[in-house]
Design a binder for this molecule. Sequence first.
Ligand code: ADP
Ligand code: MG
Length: 316
Amino acid sequence: MPLSEKKLIQQIRRSVHGGESVVAGIGDDCAVLRVPAGHELLVTTDFSIERVHFRRDWHRPETVGRRCLTRGLSDIAAMGGDPRAVFLSLAVASDVSQRWVNRFLKGLLDLAEEFQVPLAGGDTAQSAGGIQADIVVVGSVPQGKAILRSGAKGGEQIYVTGELGGSAAALSQLAESSPVGAEDSRHFRPQPRLAVGRWLRQKGRASAMIDLSDGLSTDLEHICAESRVGAEIEAEAIPRANFGRRKNPVDLEFALHGGDDYELLFTSAMPIPPQVEGVRVTRIGRTTRSRGMRLIAADGKVKRLKAAGWEHFKKN
Ligand code: ADP
Ligand code: MG
């Protein structure tokens, strides 16, 4: 990396804008943030680690930067919150080009600009190998209004935004050494669903919510565990991403267990329109008072649904 730490920080500092929540941003020992009166703070942190979350030969640097921030913004969306400031801790090995870092930062800062969230600080270091980025997003939500994973009751409907499985299908194709076309690589540029999350919170429509980062089956299990309910999912109802030259829906397995979609999964006792803030919303099943997750196949057969999404440290 040709630039020194100091130069890189100066460069980052020049390319960021302040925001109404940032009293003091990059350049001091701490950022000073202003929180709206009557709001509570939301804080989330997410790693993006080379060869764990991305590969330099599979993902463009802009995509890695964009997805790095998406992971954080999506967590804020899942609480029904508003993002206020972003912090980036970046460790880069000495053999990574300055160009890669610049393009990574561009991807990240373009998304920050899109959602009007200022980069207000971070840390920069040389890594012992590869690239590690940790993103921190600070958000806020009116007091007591955060949408938790624990609020679902039995007998509610389960909804999901957008389409699932596109990112996993693209990864699987790359793993088979086939390149992914431009149209399909868009699955690596998910859209954080902040507007939908905010709408659900303002209207009080969601009883529990989570963002889909590890896969539907695994993330649904988190809602079930925290809310102490079970779930029945209708396989046919799951909105699957279209993939490949023929734009066929991805395999059900990708939609059920594939990660990195960053859509919202939520429960509600109230009806939800098929489109919220321009985003498709689909009912995929219901919660049950009896625990456990079940999948209802197209032929009506019911089988157990196992959480089989992404999990670190899983031995297999
Ligand atoms: P300190 O040693 O006091 O932590 P640094 O020299 O690490 O200070 O950072 C100087 C300023 O630059 C701080 O405001 C810090 O938040 C900011 N900063 C450092 N690295 C980054 C980065 N990767 N992205 C955004 N801001 C950064
Ligand atoms: Mg520092």
